[in-house]
Design a protein around this ligand. Sequence first.
Ligand code: AQP
Length: 344
Amino acid sequence: MAFKERVFSGVQPTGNLHLGNYLGAITKFVALQERYDCIYCVVDLHAITVWQDPLELPKATREVTAAFIACGIDPQRHIVFNQSQVAEHAELAWIFNCVARMGWLNRMTQFKEKAGKDRENASVGLFVYPNLMAADILVYRATHVPVGEDQKQHLELARDIAQKFNNDFADSIRAHGHGNVFFPQPEPLIQGPATRVMSLRDGTKKMSKSEPSDYSRINLTDDADAIAQKIRKAKTDPEPLPSEEKGLETRPEADNLVGIYAALKGTSKTEVLREFGGGQFSTFKSALIDLAVARLGPIGAEMKRLGRDPAYIDSVLADGAQRAQVIAAETMKAVKDIVGFVRS
Ligand code: AQP
């Protein structure tokens, strides 16, 4: 069956939105608007899988929404909303809890990393997080999902869930007139030079919101001075930059900075090395500072401006939730019939 092409993706309102979120996800969200119908969600149900201060969560939700808009997402042409306003996400996630297998979830590396040694004390929500993510995507029967590299395994699980649902309920799907498959196999869109932006302090660790050192990341709200200081202090090695990409293979910090430059400029690492190969990091870092400030400065300023108008942000989220709910409710009606629930 041919599904209507639709993009879905989400960002957690867990504070410190950073360059990794921007290059790995949000810039792609913006670019895809020209070709697809897009649904972009602030995934607050996901955020509470680890503790969130209830006084901070609304601020963080509005900040991600402001970042979407400041980066160029058009909430009128597309849909922007927060997940908890559309109950169908949680409803479908419950059904997927009954489709997905324990063994599948036991293999999820993000759970292992986030739960750490204290697994017994992790929330049940953190364990079934990938089922909710599958529900987020499939409640809109989305076909394309732009994400960073770290979400690849969860996307594969979403595909497995879609397939198992289609197989387990094949007869019922046909009997209810939905053809042979009800859910599409959502395709991950993970491309470009910055699908995994690394920490500025350690090129082997992902740039992350929860890393205690603020010097490990560039936040979207950082001003020009903070951006410059963080890039100047970013870890490097004593060698000059290589002239070819192969020379970056054993140099994670150099590889990361070159990847960031390439992504911000919209070019390839090869091109960047053609310009800076053989030169010192100090020259390259100065160029990177100029580029990062030029790209991120206006976004941070617009986020701050929007932050002063929470009523506008809330109206965007309410309108988006209303439009998202229409699509999600239609899917849930069909899913309930397929599963065999009596409904009025
Ligand atoms: N370092 C990264 N490089 C490229 N893409 C990244 N993403 C996150 N970090 C990087 C992508 O950003 C989108 C939204 O991420 P999220 O907020 O939903 O969750 P996350 O991946 O857990 O983000 P963090 O920063 O790593 O948070 P913590 O520290 O809480 O774990 C996703 O598409 C993600 O791939």
